[in-house]
Design a protein. Structure first.
Length: 343
């Protein structure tokens, strides 16, 4: 038995030396340590037959050999692991000089579309419908129907692009012509909002652009008051700039409303104290509004004796410029990703 034990170590070492993967290693281990018929296990079983001192001595020897075998086993395991890491490192190495694969670029809404949708959602929640109108508009709807007959001085403020040889067609200077179109198309009572693109024959600079965006609103019904207008616009101002926002109205002439006002809100940045955004005034001018002129109601086929209403117009470029501190209106149409990517 003694010799058998001493041989065991030699046999085990030989078997292990021939191993070159983890599966084989476990197989050899089982061959010696397996609970049922492992060679070492068998020898240990035979211990029972001995007695006294002999048994004690043999036990000690077996334990020593067992420790040695386990040592051989773990050394081989470590060696195999090191070998496999080396293989991974050489066959699946990461090339740190390879250029990065660009992430798929996801687009987003233009900042003007974003604010347009925000305003649309607000008015939809108050029962307004969203209406569209033509960008190429007749002189009649763009001016005359809005109480600006030919030769009216207010036309000079809105020079535009005229389409030669096709009657009196212009690129609309404002979304207001849709007021009359909507009354004709849908009748009254009416609550509507018209977002859209408008055009002016401007020499462009940081504050002027030939193409920009407006949102027009109009309510026509019985018993509509100036208070209804003020409340609606105040709600809009709070929606855009926060609950603490205050609004003030100052008289201003727009031929299609009477009275007409220019609407200002307290500056969202300094809350009215005066800062760079509001040019130290504490106020931001954001809309024009007024009570719909009887002539405009008549042009829309509505009896001004029975119905009345209010209308308002906002410049969307200006709202976005104020919100983000954009200093040049020409960025919007530039298609420059360095600009657009920021929103
Ligand atoms: N259309 C005007 C403009 O382009 C803005 C405006 C002012 C619209 C007063 C309105 C209004 O509906 O009542 O300057």
């Amino acid at each position: 038995m003694n010799v058998e034990i001493k041989n065991l170590k030699h046999k085990f070492q030989q078997a292990i030396d021939e191993v070159n993967d983890f599966i084989k290693l476990e197989e050899v281990y089982q061959l010696f340590f397996g609970r049922k018929s492992g060679e070492l296990t068998e020898i240990m079983k035979n211990l029972k037959e001995l007695s006294g001192e002999a048994r004690k001595e043999m036990g000690k020897l077996i334990n020593e050999v067992k420790t040695e075998l386990e040592d051989i086993y773990s050394k081989k395991k470590v060696a195999l692991q090191a070998e496999s890491w080396k293989n991974i490192a050489t066959t699946e190495a990461i090339d740190v000089t390879q250029p990065k694969i660009p992430a798929t670029e996801v687009g987003h809404m233009h900042p003007i579309t974003q604010i347009q949708q925000q305003i649309e959602q607000f008015f939809i929640s108050m029962g307004f419908m969203i209406v569209d109108g033509p960008e190429l508009e007749s002189d009649y709807y763009n001016f005359t129907a809005l109480n600006m007959p030919p030769d009216h001085p207010a036309r000079d403020m809105q020079d535009t692009f005229y389409i030669k040889g096709h009657g009196d067609w212009v690129m609309r200077t404002q979304t207001s012509p849709v007021q009359v179109r909507a009354m004709q198309d849908y009748g009254v009572p009416l609550r509507m909002l018209v977002p859209g693109r408008v055009f002016r024959n401007e020499a462009t600079d940081a504050r002027h652009e030939h193409t920009f965006y407006q949102v027009e609103g109009m309510v026509v019904d019985r018993n509509i008051t100036f208070g209804d207008m003020k409340g609606t616009l105040e709600a809009l101002a709070k929606h855009l700039y926060g609950e603490e926002t205050k609004m003030r109205l100052r008289p201003k002439l727009y031929p299609f409303v009477e009275p007409g006002v220019n609407g200002e809100v307290t500056c969202y940045l300094c809350k009215g104290d005066g800062c760079r955004v509001c040019k130290q005034t504490g106020w931001l001018e954001i809309f024009g509004a007024g009570m719909v002129h009887p002539e405009v109601l008549k042009a829309g086929g509505v009896d001004p004796e029975e119905f009345g209403g209010f209308a308002f117009g906002l410049g969307l470029n200006r709202l976005v410029m104020l919100k983000y501190g954009i200093e040049d209106i020409r960025h919007f149409m530039s298609g420059d990703m360095r600009f657009l990517g920021q929103f």
